[in-house]
Design a protein around this ligand. Sequence first.
Ligand code: ADP
Length: 404
Amino acid sequence: MNILVINTGSSSLKFRLFNYDDLKLRANGLVERIGEAKSDFKMEWNGTVKKTNIEAADHKAAFQVVINELLSPECGLIKDVSDIKIVGHRVVHGAEKFLKTTIINDDVIEQLKECIPLAPLHNPPNLMGITAAKEVMADGVPHVAVFDTAFHSTMERESYLYALPYSYYEKYSVRRYGFHGTSHKFVSQRLCEILGQGPEGLKVVTCHLGNGSSLAAVKDGKSIDTSMGMTPLEGVVMGTRSGDFDPAIIKYIMDTEGKSIDDVDKVINKQSGLLGISGISNDIRDVEDEAEKGHERANLALDVFCYRIKKYVGAYAAAMGGLTDIIFTAGIGENDPIVRRKVCSNMEFLGISIDLENNELRKTERTISTPDSKVRVWIIPTDEELMIAREAKEVVESTVAVGK
Ligand code: ADP
């Protein structure tokens, strides 16, 4: 028996197949360029990598190819579609409707459609993935939605409310929601496993630093604040997203450059962040390469990037009334010693001190703080798909157990 986890974008479908009992990864892959004349398919299993061109006019066709490949004698990971017991779906925005992992039925799909205005870029492809998978899989196979926003549903009003007219919140659900919840939850739970204790008493700042980046303040295992807001634009500096800035700049640039609101929206989402400041790249590796050669704006981009993260760490220490642990995760958090060093520098006043040699090592999960550091600093690789599989299994088993 297996659990299939899928994560759909507008023209892509990522998938992972997990063994049901122990949630061991059996295969992972993706379909890209869905809707184009030829789509790309890639799958890895048992040390084998298969890459091929396929025809996938839409997400349903792409999902069917995934199932066919899993069934193929060459791969042989499943003998029949019924070997997939649950399909877990990543859904970006659950708004205030979905505060936890949810088994998908027709009513849930209708409510997910109502969330589209809050996440116009992410939720429609997620819904396409759900519809496609439901059409291909047999009736009776549970489909489960795991939301990026759900882990942050424990935030109090004081941290999620914007100081805008209250009616915007009441009428249009304008508030902060936060994202990357499955990742923040995964690494904070993993910390408890490593420490061999429950979450009580832990005051953790989780730094998910990847293409998109967010920090969360996780107190006693619950998210009490996070840096992304109603959309993934707010917060720290990202590859191409600005993060926090004075919203009055929008009108100023519109007036000064004669830009439309859509133009400016594109600027702040796609042309800002590391790319905007450095003028080089949204990928921090490129920015660091140029910074090392003395490129001034590359250095500046790096400084702004790290300074903003450092400010959030300080803010969250204040929000939680202390700090026990900092966790770095995702592409940059796990792999980039420069960012970790800059974020943790001059933080001794908060009890943060890292071992610079250990920080540089190319090893995975570990602590990089010095033995006398009051705050433990960790690198913990995230695994959002495993978290989705775990949550999907839990919710299905508990629902069956209580006979709902
Ligand atoms: P996402 O899931 O948001 O697409 P990831 O968590 O995979 O992003 O992170 C991708 C980013 O991580 C890349 O854009 C790159 O900047 C960064 N990254 C990946 N590998 C390294 C590395 N070895 N050193 C520094 N940064 C890295």
